[in-house]
Structures are given as structure tokens and as C-alpha cells.
Design a protein around this ligand. Structure first.
Ligand code: IMP
Ligand code: MG
Length: 205
């Protein structure tokens, strides 16, 4: 049977030459819900009832994190860390980490949560930063794992979806800080990009 064509939808853009782009939906709301359900069951099965400190990587984690924590019936605390990596919009620049945690993670079991594992540099550097606080253990969960992009020797323990090497937005992920609010995950092709080609402006993870 031929593969079903991915559904298309319109998204509106803020600061644009185009007011609207038509994009492909890679993961629908239902598929995202099922993936996060599946992942939370895997995490819970391996974690047991030990208290968990979740550390989310801002800003891309917010939607995934909000959905994930409501499915984990484990005593848990939530903390956040800011990592900004994309200087140009879709190319990697230097990573800046603001590691001011609200909670003391020394001796705690930590689950680090990020939106997407792309080259892997962000998670590896955030992990190194968190280890300086001497937690008892750290494991890592990501919503998305982009196939064929990794430049590090590290693999996250928990992955909800493996996706092809394409730039995606929605469900917390942005292009130049837009589109995080889309309830689905869409592929942004170069011709769909609402702005002129990326420059060196900073952007948040
Ligand atoms: P890495 O350091 O290359 O693994 O990049 C991780 C960060 O880059 C993520 O936390 C995202 O903020 C961002 N990123 C990577 N790929 C995409 C994408 O396809 N869409 C939106 N953001 C992305
Ligand atoms: Mg981002």
C-alpha cells in the first residue's frame, strides 16, 4: 500500500513576509498524546516510586514537560534550566546555559527533559552542568530524536519519537521563537520559512 500523504495545514505567522504558510503535519495531537503516554509508562516502570526531580530545558520543553508530569504518578518536583543554542535560527551556535536551579538536586534522582535531541550538544552540556551539583543519578528524556544528526557519544534513555532530519515546529518547538503554540508538530521546509534566511540573531532553546 502506498504510504498515506501527510496531512497539510495552514499556520499563521507573526513577523512575516507571508501571513500564512502551508505545512505538513508530522505528528498530530493524537499521535503526540499517545507517544507521551507510552513514554510516561516506560519511565514509571523503570523509576519505581523513588522521588523524582525533573529538570526541564527551557524553552522548548514547556509543552512536553506539562503533559509528561501530569502522567507520572511519582512523587516529583519540577525545576527549569535555560539553554540557548541556536544563534542563527536553524544552525547551531555557541551554547549558553543559565544553571540557576531553584531546588537543591544534590543526592536527588534527576530526570532531565528536553524537546529534541539533534546534534546532542545541548543535552551533553546541560548534563555536565547538572552533574556539578552532585545528584544521586541523572537520566534523560526527550520528546524527539532527530535521526542521523548526532555528534556526541551520548544517547538519551527515554525517547518518545524518532523523526527524520527535518526542521520541525510546534508542541513547544520554535522557529525564531514562533510556533511553539501549535498543538501538533509540523515540518517547516525552507520554502515555508516565514522570514528571510537566518542571520546571527540569538534564539532560545
Ligand atoms: P542540539 O544541541 O543540536 O541537540 O539541539 C538541541 C536544541 O536545538 C533543542 O533543544 C531545540 O531547541 C533546538 N532544535 C534542534 N532541532 C530543532 C528543530 O527541528 N526545530 C526546533 N528546534 C530545534
Ligand atoms: Mg529552539
Amino acid at each position: 500500500m502506498p504510504a498515506a500523504r501527510p496531512p497539510m495545514t495552514r499556520i499563521s505567522t507573526c513577523r512575516s513576509r507571508k501571513a500564512e504558510s502551508i505545512v505538513k503535519i508530522l505528528l498530530s495531537e493524537d499521535e503526540l498524546r499517545e507517544g507521551v503516554d507510552r513514554l510516561s509508562r516506560q519511565i514509571a516502570a523503570q523509576w519505581g516510586q523513588r522521588p523524582m526531580t525533573i529538570v526541564g530545558v527551557l524553552t522548548g520543553c514547556i509543552v512536553f514537560l506539562a503533559d509528561l508530569i501530569r502522567r507520572l504518578d511519582i512523587p516529583l518536583r519540577v525545576d527549569l534550566i535555560q539553554a540557548s543554542s541556536y544563534r542563527g535560527a536553524t544552525t547551531r551556535g555557541n551554547l549558553t546555559i543559565d544553571a540557576a536551579l531553584q531546588s537543591d538536586i544534590r543526592g536527588h534522582d534527576v530526570l532531565l527533559v528536553d524537546d529534541i535531541f539533534d546534534t546532542g550538544h545541548t543535552l551533553v552540556e546541560v548534563l555536565a552542568e547538572l552533574k556539578r551539583h552532585q545528584p544521586a543519578s541523572i537520566r534523560t528524556a526527550v520528546l524527539l530524536y532527530k535521526e542521523g544528526r548526532q555528534e556526541v557519544e551520548f544517547e538519551p534513555e527515554f525517547v518518545a519519537f524518532r523523526i527524520p532530519n527535518q526542521f520541525v515546529v510546534g508542541y513547544g518547538l520554535d522557529y525564531r521563537d514562533e510556533f511553539r503554540n501549535l498543538p501538533f508538530l509540523a515540518i517547516l521546509e525552507p520554502e515555508d520559512l516565514p522570514d528571510p534566511p537566518p542571520d546571527d540573531r540569538g534564539a532560545e532553546g
